[in-house]
Design a protein around this ligand. Structure first.
Ligand SMILES: Cc1ncc(C[n+]2csc(CCOP(=O)(O)OP(=O)(O)O)c2C)c(N)n1
Ligand SMILES: [Mg+2]
Length: 663
């Protein structure tokens, strides 16, 4: 049987050779972390290469995603469906081994990493999901949810601010099954980190109430093993194992320098490394005994078998819970979801309340929440403003399961934690802040869209309509820029009915994230027929019409739909034929067939005015270059909401004027 060093050297060889072949990539981190990975994967990680989606597998996250050849090597060597040709096509078009590990490509990659700091944060979400799911489903004598989350991270992740947000919260949440390995190699891209990163990292994590294993020689398998034992024994705190490593370990001339961080070693250095580590095999050739030493197929199949037996006993004792667990993990909505939601929407319509859409959102949570135990909510310290707590909300830290996370003031952390929860499975996470602070979270929103995960981002206080808090808090360009994130679905409902429909759409949307944008201020209830209620789900629809072909169309969203209706009424009084289109979701409307779109916005009607309390450019594609947009292209002002609207000319009178000028 191959020795540990030889097993680890297989990672080193595959990594340096794949990077060399691709003529780009990062050999340093995989070579430096190979020994740690070997011990973790061969002695501890519980997983089944034949079933990468087995629900109770341990999760492994490579937060320093630039070291992607490390995880590709591990998946290949342990027996996942990732063959040597996949490794040879590292970083090539349509390969399963893109430059950074991307969720949905190679089997076994649990999340997309590369934007430093987000992997560790996703891992916090996965660990929080595991803990919450365990509390919800395990029963005495029946432990069906019980897995660890392991994460590798480098100096870069440690320097990123989001690691503070996530790790601070992980300590408070006592995520005892989260075990992180810090690749303490003293190197980042610009060189030795002593000029820019001199934190006392162990003390920092102790201050977060983590269990810290200091000073582990990251090239000594026995020391690594002991550290993991120690970390696993501590179950009421997350653990950080501080591993001193040499970047590019094994490369005689480049190890320990930033030159091997992100460039091929070069043929000469690769030859010298082979010599140095005693790896005599040609590129991409791994001897059988090394493969045998790595294979996790048998162990993995046995582990899953054992779990299957545990689950069978659970099903025997708790058949309904078992069925519910399977439903949740499969991401299926309850059988009565559609009918319950439709009933709720109809009831909201009957009530005809004029309330803030953030309040309507909370009412919706009260309506949908009892049907959807998979909802795992939260807010970044704005629960009372975002109205994210509903009557069934319970803090997950209370220990009885729960379905609500107090994220604290951590917008970016919250959003990337939500992505980790969504990736883990079993939950639909929603999390909220003021729309303005979506900016703080932005890259996590992009990552949710890139990975196609169902995170629901709730944003309240959506415009100058929030009033007195002023321009620092008044979103102007945010809604438009969120709409520009590919695959992000964005809703800005105009009343309680549209708010309930928007929530329904976000919950139904399994293949990507949604942003739900709500107002602080009251919004007028709009009258609708049953057909119109059904049409809300098409993203844009005729809310009020004239007889025959309209002379002009007014398009509005959210709080400005009321203005559009008022303007249309005034214009009708002057004998004008005007249609009002409510467009709560431009992306959903854009995805409709052309016949429907033409029926709502006929090409022949060119006199069009859009009104939205935000930047105007976005609307030109709907009104055309000859159309008009009533919006705001500067920052807001601190004043009562009505005064701010008048100051910026976002008024029904101005909408009327714009239409008249076009006719
Ligand atoms: C958010 C973000 N900023 C910058 C980068 C570019 N980048 C990739 S790796 C790296 C340095 C990382 O240093 P470390 O984690 O110590 O990696 P090592 O060199 O030790 O492999 C940087 C700045 C990135 N991937 N993500
Ligand atoms: Mg480093």
């Amino acid at each position: 049987m191959a020795q540990r060093k030889e097993l680890a050297n297989a990672i080193r060889a595959l990594s340096m050779d794949a990077v060399q072949k691709a003529k780009s990539g990062h050999p340093g981190a995989p070579m430096g972390m190979a020994d740690i990975a070997e011990v973790l994967w061969n002695d501890y990680l519980v997983h089944n290469p034949a079933n990468p989606k087995w629900v109770d597998r341990d999760r492994f996250v490579l937060s320093n995603g630039h070291g992607s050849m490390l995880i590709y090597s591990l998946l290949h060597l342990t027996g996942y469906d990732l063959n040597i040709d996949d490794l040879k096509s590292f970083r090539q078009l349509h390969s399963r081994t893109p430059g950074h590990p991307e969720y949905g490509y190679a089997p076994g990659v649990e999340t997309t990493t590369g934007p430093l700091g987000q992997g560790i944060t996703n891992a916090v979400g996965m660990a929080a999901a595991e803990k919450t799911l365990a509390a919800q489903f395990n029963r005495p004598g029946h432990t069906i949810v019980d897995h660890n989350t392991y994460v590798f991270l480098g100096d870069g992740c440690m320097m990123e601010g989001i690691s503070h947000e996530a790790c601070s919260l992980a300590g408070t949440m006592k995520l005892g099954k989260l075990i992180a390995f810090w690749d303490d190699n003293g190197i980042s891209i610009d060189g030795h980190v002593t000029g820019w990163f001199t934190d006392d990292t162990p003390a920092r994590f102790e201050a977060y109430q983590w269990h810290v294993v200091r000073d582990v020689d990251g090239h000594d398998p026995e020391a690594i093993r002991q550290a993991i034992e120690e970390a696993r024994a501590v179950t009421d705190k997350p653990s950080l194992i501080c591993c001193r490593t040499v970047i590019g370990f094994g490369a005689p001339n480049l190890a320990g320098t930033h030159d091997c961080h992100g460039a091929p070693l070069g043929e000469d250095e690769i030859a010298a490394t082979r010599e140095n580590i005693g790896w005599s095999h040609p590129p991409f050739v791994v001897p059988d005994d090394v493969y045998a030493g790595w294979s996790a197929k048998e162990k993995g199949a046995a582990a899953e078998q054992e779990w299957n037996a545990t689950f069978a006993a659970y099903r025997e004792a708790h058949p309904e819970l078992a069925a519910e667990f399977e439903r949740r993990m499969a991401g299926e909505l309850p059988a009565d979801w559609d009918s319950k939601a439709a009933g709720f929407i109809a009831a909201v319509n009957d009530k005809a309340e004029t309330i803030a859409s953030r309040k309507a959102s909370q009412n919706t949570l009260n309506g949908y929440g009892p049907v959807l135990p998979e909802l795992l909510g939260g807010s970044a310290d704005l629960a009372g403003s975002n109205l994210t707590i509903w009557s069934g909300s319970e803090d997950i830290n209370k220990g009885n399961g729960g379905n609500y996370i107090y994220y604290g003031v951590r917008e970016f952390g919250m959003s990337a934690i939500m992505n980790g929860i969504a990736l883990h499975g079993g939950f639909i996470p929603y999390g909220a802040t003021f729309l303005m602070f979506s900016e703080y979270a932005r890259n996590a929103l992009r990552m949710a869209a890139l990975m196609k995960v169902q995170s629901i981002f709730v944003y309240t206080h959506d415009s100058i309509g929030l009033g007195e808090d002023g321009p620092t808090h008044q979103a102007v360009e945010q809604t438009a820029t969120l709409r520009m994130i590919p695959r992000m679905s964005v809703w800005r409902p105009c009343d309680a009915v549209e708010s309930a429909v928007a929530w329904k759409a976000a919950i139904d949307r399994k293949a990507g994230p949604s942003c739900l944008i709500f107002s602080r201020q009251n919004l007028q209830h709009q009258e609708r027929t049953a057909d119109q209620i059904a049409a809300i789900g098409r993203g844009g629809y005729i809310l009020s019409d004239c007889d025959g072909t309209p002379e002009a169309i007014i398009i509005g969203t959210g709080s400005e739909v009321g203005l559009a209706m008022e303007a249309a009424g005034a214009l009708a009084g002057k004998g004008k034929k005007v249609r009002v289109v409510s467009m709560p979701s431009t992306d959903v409307f854009d995805a409709q067939d052309s016949t429907y779109k033409e029926s709502v916005l006929p090409a022949s009607v060119t006199a069009r005015v859009a009104v939205e309390a935000g930047v105007t450019d976005y609307w030109l594609k709907y009104v055309g270059l000859n159309g008009r947009v009533i919006g705001i292209d500067s920052f807001g002002e601190s004043a009562p909401a009505g005064d701010v609207y008048r100051h910026f000319g976002i008024t029904a009178e101005n909408v009327v004027k714009a239409v008249e000028e076009l006719l």
